[in-house]
Design a protein around this ligand. Structure first.
Ligand code: DQA
Length: 144
């Protein structure tokens, strides 16, 4: 069975309370339920994770090798800063979809740079929580 890691980075544990005008009212637990439903409909297995710690995220990416077929990554602000996360993705050689709730290109200039995009299969941003099931569908298609 195809298996996907859905990995969320810093501050995404506060979704629903955090800047709802930017990120919406949906909580991370709601998003996990959306992902479970989408995965079930497509016959996929998923592991859903969140960490505020860059090192923990790197370890989860390393552990995905041999356990998962692809990764959906909302790296939060580490998207714009972390060469280490970019290198972790290159190291495991799994297909990655970069995901953001907000349209990072319509926001501050510092959000226009993404280290993740340089090694990602594709990028989905600006569709709020709906981006997660979109990314699951896109990655599933890419893995066929
Ligand atoms: C985000 C966008 C990032 O720029 C920001 O730092 C986040 C959330 C998003 O999902 O829109 O933490 O990744």
């Amino acid at each position: 069975m195809t298996s996907l890691l859905i990995l969320n980075g810093p501050n995404l544990n506060l979704l629903g309370q955090r800047q709802p005008e930017v990120y919406g009212a949906t909580t991370l637990a709601d998003i996990e339920r959306l992902c479970e439903a989408k995965a079930k409909a497509l016959g996929l297995a998923i592991e859903f994770a969140q960490s505020n710690d860059e090192a923990v995220m790197i370890d989860l990416i390393h552990k995905a090798r041999g356990r998962h077929d692809g990764i959906i990554l909302n790296a939060g602000a580490y998207t714009h800063t972390s060469i280490a996360l970019m290198d972790a993705i290159s190291s495991v050689a799994l297909p990655v979809i970069e995901l953001h709730l907000s349209n990072i290109h319509a926001r501050e200039d510092f959000r226009h740079t993404s280290y993740i995009a340089k090694v990602a299969l594709g990028v989905i941003c600006g569709f709020g929580a709906s981006g997660y099931p979109m990314a699951i569908e896109a990655l599933n298609e890419a893995l066929k």
